[in-house]
Design a protein around this ligand. Structure first.
Ligand code: F1P
Length: 352
């Protein structure tokens, strides 16, 4: 519920007047980002999911190639670094050992420069990265990232727009996306109004052992994040797949015991998604759809439900759709009596 404020703080002073972006990285940063020809994004856990969303944004707005990798695997690759590649590390704490060790590796790998996206100004990541973009989420008490994630997405949306501005995004489109982003705190506020519906939905998950999350495009990492939240705080085994992958394996898991949660904004992928969900229905799976407006999604009320989530625009939809998934994990955890703030076996920051 702090997210509208945290996101507004993260946007503060960074959207400029009349949809014209100010230069948020200073003269040196502007020079570096203008030369960027590609990005490698590295992070862990929830921060990694934020990086995955950013890949869709940056590729579509700035037409730059982006690769995203979990920091714990980075050291095992002989990474090929094309000329003028920017290394981006995302970390709420700025102290995650794997993320820092990847950052430190960059000195011998020939990157154009490094950018740290972080919530803690005095952290190692902020000290060591060439460029920094702070998330301004404020202290996050719970172990499971919530406002850290949505503020990371906010910062990454700003980065995507900045890169777009420097790499050919037309001014009218930029202006409309800036307006959408400026409205994001309100859109999150609206999404939080789904809470009663989500709290009721949580009842269906209390006695479950498993759950399957589906999304397409930039909503796939959102589905991953929804599954991670459910795992972390309610200890229900949850998996997320790109909806089109369903028939390549996970469909075998679908029966009346396996609830499926689909993230379905009303976009170009809707028809494809609908046919994926039809496959779930045909196998007797329970289907819960978080849907944008006017999707025409229909679910047999005895086997699931459609919950309408106000989209807030296609660009920011991944941020907005995250909120009901966080609420779902929270309400399921509360009903199951687990410790929402301090889940077993987990630490807020993994520094070794
Ligand atoms: C990464 C992270 C968190 C997660 C947990 C363990 O932390 O995976 O996303 O919620 O607390 O660490 P960070 O690098 O973003 O600080």
């Amino acid at each position: 519920f702090e997210q509208p404020r945290a996101v507004a703080d993260t946007l503060e002073g960074r959207l400029g007047e009349d949809g014209v972006l100010p230069n948020i990285f200073g003269v040196e940063g502007e020079d570096l980002l203008t030369r960027v020809q590609g990005l490698h994004i590295v992070a862990c856990g929830t921060s990694y999911h934020a990086g995955m969303v950013a890949k869709y944004w940056i590729e579509s707005l700035a037409h730059l190639p982006v690769s995203v990798e979990v920091a714990s695997e980075y050291r095992y690759r002989d990474v090929v670094v094309p000329d003028d590649t920017l290394f981006v590390a995302i970390s709420q704490s700025g102290e995650t050992a794997d993320t820092l060790s990847a950052l430190r590796e960059t000195t011998r790998r020939g990157y154009l420069g490094t950018l740290g996206i972080c919530n803690v100004p005095e952290s190692s990541l902020v000290r060591e990265a060439d460029l920094k973009l702070m998330t301004r989420a404020g202290p996050e008490i719970g172990v499971a990232s919530t406002k850290a994630f949505t503020t990371q997405l906010t910062a990454l949306a700003l980065l995507a727009l900045e890169l777009g501005r420097m790499h050919g995004l037309d001014a009218a489109r930029q202006r409309s996306l800036v307006a959408e982003l400026a409205h994001l705190p309100m859109a999150i506020e609206d999404a939080l109004k789904c809470e009663p519906a989500i709290a009721a939905l949580a009842e269906h998950f209390v006695h479950r052992q498993h759950a399957l999350f589906l999304g397409r495009g930039a909503q796939y990492p959102v589905a991953l994040e929804g599954a991670l939240k459910l795992k972390e705080i309610s200890y229900i085994h949850a998996e997320a797949y790109p909806a089109g992958e369903l028939k390549h394996g996970p469909l075998a898991l679908v029966d009346e015991e396996m609830p499926v949660i689909a993230v379905a904004p009303n976009n170009a992928m809707l028809d494809k998604l609908k046919s994926n969900l039809q496959e779930v229905r045909a196998r007797g799976g329970e289907l819960y759809v978080l849907a944008g407006r006017d999707t025409g999604m229909e679910v047999d009320p005895s086997r699931g439900e459609v919950i309408e989530v106000p989209l807030g625009g296609h660009f920011v939809a991944p941020v907005v759709f995250t909120v009901p998934l966080q609420l779902l994990a929270y309400h399921v955890a509360v009903l199951r009596g687990t410790d929402v703030d301090q889940p077993r076996n987990l630490a807020k920051s993994v520094t070794v």
